[in-house]
Design a protein. Sequence first.
Length: 149
Amino acid sequence: MLPSVFSERLFDNVFGDPFSMMTNFHGHGHGSVFGKHGKNLMKTDVRELENSYELDVDLPGFKKEQVNVELDDGYMTICAAKGVEHDEEKRGQYIRRERSSGECCRTFYIGKGLEPKDVSARFEDGILRISFPKAPAEKEPEDRRVSIM
C-alpha cells in the first residue's frame, strides 16, 4: 500500500492514469480546476426503460442554478459551475484549502432526433435526474446484397 498524505496517494503523479492527461489536454472530460480527482465528479447512472432512458448524475455541492443542460447535434452536455465564496470577515490563516471554483462537464450522445422539449430534468438533493425518449430504431434493409447488373 502506498503512503497517504491528506488522503491522497503520494505517488499519484508518478503512477497515475497516463490517459487522464490526454483527456484534459484535448478538452474532453473534466476540467483540471477540480484537480486529479475531477474524474470522480459527475458520476452517472444510466437506466434503459421500455421507451426511454434515465440518467442520474451526482452533483454534490451544486445548486440548481449552477447546472446547465444543452442539446446540440445529438449530444447532451451537462455542465456544473460554481465559485467558492470568500468571506472577508473571517479571521485566521488557512492551513489547507481544498474547495475550489470552476466547471465540470460531461457529454453523452443521445440521438439526433431529440429536441429540448423532449427531455425532462429535475435537480434534487445534489442529483440531476434526466429522462428522454428512445429514438425510433432504424430499420435495417432486409437484403444487404447489392445486385450486380
